[in-house]
Write a new protein. Sequence first.
Lengths: 114, 113
Amino acid sequence: ETGVTQTPRHLVMGMTNKKSLKCEQHLGHNAMYWYKQSAKKPLELMFVYNFKEQTENNSVPSRFSPECPNSSHLFLHLHTLQPEDSALYLCASSQDSGGRYGYTFGSGTRLTVV
Amino acid sequence: GNSVTQMEGPVTLSEEAFLTINCTYTATGYPSLFWYVQYPGEGLQLLLKATKADDKGSNKGFEATYRKETTSFHLEKGSVQVSDSAVYFCALGNSGGYQKVTFGTGTKLQVIP
């Protein structure tokens, strides 16, 4: 149990589907993050939320839409994805903006776009 | 800006061999330094950290010392096991404001029996 729970663990979706990834933490952290991890590529930071407010969007295509209803929950809504979006999507949280204490990661959602 | 450079992998070792994975960094101020480990099919787990110069982080037999003079944070373990096979990420973070954690590209370790 890492303290950060991601669901589902695996997801296969067609390019015309709409799906959502969910992330939940009960660590009392106030910052949450979405990362994309593709084979043979560095970790890519997608979005950052601090106290429910989005503080960073790293030029992510609009087919990825984040939502943070409270400090404990983070969603990533997906629609009309492309095959190159297939990857491991990791959620993380931190006590502050993460610089001093580091992040706690979830186990990830393995997404396959067909 | 902040950056982390770690050795290319994969690193292949026999069981009980000594492990070193090199990590150097560039940062302003006095960053915290981290090593994360990612086992197959899992997310990243914090392995150890050091928050100031000369600190030694340690966990599960792994150690790393924060060397400000050489801007390094090399990961070491005296005797690796097959179960240590994973990808290891070096990372740094500056405290304060909206400073984030910057990750290295990861080094894959394979331990063979």
